[in-house]
Design a protein around this ligand. Structure first.
Ligand code: SAM
Length: 216
């Protein structure tokens, strides 16, 4: 999710041993592979070519090759491409082996201090205002902490909608740029979050996970 050191020994060993690495963005993956001195061919597999690329992977697996799948941030298939590939590979009779590793939601939960609360990983809310507000309204009664992924250019409007549409006594943890140089993790009452973000001139930069505590 941003720190090249956050990779497991098993993932490194696997990446070294495969014949091909399928990745969301080959330049991104190269950066990671080069950093760890791994020289393996890559193949682009993203949301626009996933079915076709999955077909190629299945062909390679049929030839007895081993293939790894990585995404740009964290774990493939979690708010990222990968699920359709995994389903197709398994349906073709090949084994899919998970390599647990970084995940932005789990990293945020681990630093949120909301112990004993169950949580729902919502991922990205709809970009359109009406659909986003409807989605938040539907989530309001759910008896769990809510975990959102959000892009920097939309974080303010999302936080305003969360503060307006959810019970204002709920708390929010804003986790920004986790594992990177400007990491910032702040917990506050939900109603204070729009003002807190607004005073930060840099709030349109960086990656955000928003965790909202469960309703009381
Ligand atoms: N597959 C990834 C995972 O396992 O967490 C999620 C990919 S999703 C397309 C990318 C989103 O994750 C970003 O928009 C942001 O909301 C969140 N994210 C990724 N890296 C982050 C970081 N270092 N700090 C905060 N949020 C991050």
């Amino acid at each position: 999710i941003g720190n090249l050191g956050d990779i497991t020994l098993r993932a490194l060993e696997t990446l070294r041993g495969v014949d091909l690495v399928a990745c969301e963005d080959t330049r991104h993956a190269r950066h990671l592979l080069d950093h760890h001195g791994i020289r393996v061919p890559t193949l682009a597999l993203h949301q626009h070519n996933e079915n076709k690329a999955a077909g190629r992977l299945i062909g390679l697996l049929g030839d007895g090759r081993a293939v790894a799948l990585v995404s740009d941030a964290g774990t493939p298939g979690v708010s990222d491409p990968g699920a359709r590939t995994v389903a197709a590979v398994r349906a073709a009779g090949f084994k899919v082996i998970p390599l647990p590793g970084p995940n932005a939601a789990i990293a945020a939960m681990s630093a949120a201090g909301l112990a004993d609360e169950r949580f729902l990983l919502v991922g990205f809310l709809p970009a359109r205002v009406g659909a986003r507000r409807t989605a938040i309204g539907e989530l309001a009664p759910v008896n769990a902490a809510l975990v959102f992924y959000e892009a920097p250019h939309r974080v303010m409007e999302t936080v305003v909608d969360l503060a307006t549409l959810l019970e204002p006594r709920r708390e929010i943890v804003i986790a920004r740029e986790m594992t990177k140089m400007f990491e910032q993790i702040e917990r506050m009452p939900l109603q204070m979050a729009p003002t807190w973000l607004a005073v930060d001139a840099n709030h349109q930069r960086g990656e955000f996970v928003l965790v909202v505590s469960a309703p009381q």
